[in-house]
Design a protein around this ligand. Sequence first.
Ligand code: UDP
Ligand code: MG
Length: 148
Amino acid sequence: MEQTYIMIKPDGVQRGLVGEIIGRFERRGFILKGMKLLTVDKSLAEKHYADLSTKPFFQKLVNYIVSGPVVAMVWEGKNVVTTGRKLIGATNPCESAPGTIRGDFAIDMGRNVIHGSDAVESAKKEIALWFPEGIAEWQSCIRSWVYE
Ligand code: UDP
Ligand code: MG
């Protein structure tokens, strides 16, 4: 089953949106496979966003991610990478539709509350980077009520 890396960024934690965000993924039918709250050091933030290292906003982005604790999660389900991105909304919250997480809770791009992997391959890399210890092995008993 497909997995994605979802991270509630420091603003989402500070603003008390952790339960709200987890609830949206849970209610959709996705399964929580890994979760931890951690403060991020600069080198981990830089590795996570390595693809963006040449962008003018890179330093600001790294400072944002290390500015407070984040909630790192692995969510599992059919098409969870793409559907997770849809739940999250567009990168720029001004362009995120109402009903999406960013569309409901954010305004600025540098305070957009949540990260989600953009492809199955990057999800694998990000899960390995953030959960080197591995993730929980469990089967949800709601599976047959969500999938036909
Ligand atoms: N970002 C920013 N300014 C920009 C583009 C991106 O501050 O012009 C930040 C924003 O927080 C975004 C993150 O950098 O979520 C990673 O950018 P990406 O293009 O990967 O967007 P995402 O995948 O998070 O939607
Ligand atoms: Mg991205």
